[in-house]
Design a protein around this ligand. Structure first.
Ligand code: FES
Length: 509
């Protein structure tokens, strides 16, 4: 299974790319086109197909290429936006709805694995939230109180399932976990068995709002009556560019010398929190642990973050081997809750995005909510997650503006290969951006000393990309589009890759 980063995640090992069996009939008008072949898109497609809709999933790369291939695959009612925050922003009733919606999502994952016999090791788990500092204790108590009011099953705990000192802890019932790639494959197979169609390597570029909607893609037009974007940021310029911030999250999967694997999920109370859980894959147990998140494109040395993460984990665990180390992308909404529902201003188009660190959970909530809406029923969660809700976006103003005034002077220029190699004084595997004669260049030298030169201006809204040394990609700090070393598009919202430098006889004048 391929993924949008250079480091393999635990979910990719021994998992070949999915090969769809059903053919796409280009003459067919589908009821629903689902854009994005991750857990969100496939769960939505499966529910709709089960209800009799004729669905097509279009994936720009291969199934699970995006965040589903890099998730840590927790299932939580204890979501990242804490219940005191949700109560504060939206009220007590909304907090209860979030608790019910996320519990419903976990129950749906359980029922789908049972119904379709998906061998993905779904299990209900408890989660322990623990405070290590005095000032975290009062915060933890507030989380406990608000979580109880929201309807979570929670009680005080004397111990936690990880060998980390703590001052106070609570145990939350009703959480869960699942093997991400086994689950994804199971969803895809069930969807195809129900008659659904999956088209891979099919980048949806534009929607023409006729009846039916016509989606222009890299492999031909798809006609559908309704469209669901399950791509995190919907492609192109949209209102979501102003309401979502992209983050990179870091994870490891390691084995232990003492076999003392955590018997549940554990989270500390740091703002950028550390988390731990156990996952079995191909007969081997691993601790999945992570943290050290940061805004995409805002860290100079992302490879170094893995060393810090490792050092932190070695402090507490008797690590045998770090088998996998990877990072992945998620999007935070401005007010902490995801946006699920009708795409503002686009009739017949729906979206699920802004899941924060609760991607599998909120992706499944998306499927539940959108299935109801597209089947003409009302969803009890329609209002609380509505993309049309208005919340202040002031805190995002700077980040959206960041770099946005940089104008590319790259187009039309040609450089000699000699000049580029001179500029690219880099060790193999390194990259940098350079300015030369008023032109910015993004340069990367591969392991065979081949130099790639790109225009660093992101085609989405003209921000300048930054090098992600951890995953060997160029990441945009504004809305999180990511590019491979050859400039090809890894993830949107951009719809094209970075411009590659043409070099030849013509020197720069
Ligand atoms: Fe929006 Fe790059 S992703 S400017």
């Amino acid at each position: 299974m391929n993924r949008d980063g250079a480091r393999p995640s635990l979910w990719q090992a021994n998992r070949p790319d999915y090969q769809p069996s059903n053919d796409w009939n280009k003459e067919t008008v589908y009821d629903v086109l689902i854009v994005g072949g991750g857990i969100t898109g496939l769960t939505t497609a499966l529910l709709l197909q089960q209800e009799g809709k004729k669905c097509l999933v279009a994936e720009a790369h291969t199934l699970g290429f995006g965040t589903s291939g890099g998730t840590t695959s927790h299932l939580n009612t204890l979501v990242d936006a804490t219940y005191p925050t949700i109560e504060n922003n939206f009220g007590k009733q909304a907090a209860q709805q979030v608790a019910r919606a996320t519990a419903g999502a976990i129950a749906l994952v359980e029922s789908l694995t049972k119904k379709y016999q998906i061998d993905a090791g779904f299990s209900y788990q408890s989660a322990w939230l623990y405070a290590q500092e005095e000032q975290e204790v009062s915060e933890l108590d507030e989380v406990y109180e608000a979580s109880r009011r929201a309807g979570l099953i929670v009680e005080a705990a004397n111990s936690i399932p990880v060998p980390i000192p703590f001052k106070k802890a609570y145990q939350f019932g009703g959480q869960g976990q699942i093997h991400a790639s086994n689950y994804l494959r199971g969803l895809a197979e069930a969807f195809e068995k129900a008659g659904g169609v999956i088209v891979q390597h099919c980048l949806v570029q534009n929607l023409k709002h006729d009846d039916p909607i016509r989606a222009t893609t890299t492999t031909g037009d798809i006609r559908a009556r309704q469209v669901v974007y399950a791509t995190h940021q919907p492609p192109g310029i949209s209102i979501f560019n102003f309401r979502l911030a992209p983050y990179r999250s870091y994870a490891t999967a390691f084995t232990l010398k003492d076999g003392n694997y955590p018997s549940g999920l554990a989270y500390d109370m740091k703002e950028i929190y550390n988390y731990f859980r156990t996952q079995e894959s191909d007969g081997q147990r691993y601790v999945i642990a992570g943290g050290f998140d940061h805004k995409t494109g805002h860290e100079d040395n992302t490879a170094h973050i893995f060393s810090e993460l490792e050092a932190y984990q070695r402090t507490y665990f008797k690590v045998d081997t770090f088998a996998y180390k990877w990072s992945s992308q998620y999007y935070e909404s401005v007010d902490g809750l995801p946006y699920i529902g009708s795409f503002p201003g686009q009739e017949g188009v729906y979206v699920g995005t802004g899941f924060g660190g609760n991607g599998v959970t909120y992706g499944t909530v998306t499927a539940l909510v959108l299935c109801d809406m597209l089947m003409g029923r009302s969803s009890p969660y329609e209002e609380v997650f509505s993309p049309a809700r208005i919340k202040p976006v002031a805190s995002f103003a700077n980040f959206v503006k960041e770099n946005a005034d940089v104008v590319s002077m790259f187009i039309g220029k040609r450089f000699s290969y000699e000049k580029i190699t001179e500029l690219a004084e880099l060790a193999p595997g390194e990259a940098k951006t350079v300015k030369w004669e008023g032109t910015s260049l993004a340069l990367y030298k591969d392991e065979n000393s081949r130099v790639y030169a790109l225009d660093p201006v992101c085609p989405h809204a003209k921000c300048i990309v930054n090098w992600n040394s951890g995953e060997k990609s160029w990441d945009c700090p504004c809305h999180g589009a990511r590019y491979a070393v050859d400039g090809s598009l890894l993830t949107g919202p951009a719809q094209t890759g970075l411009t590659r430098l043409e070099w030849g006889e013509l020197p720069v004048s």
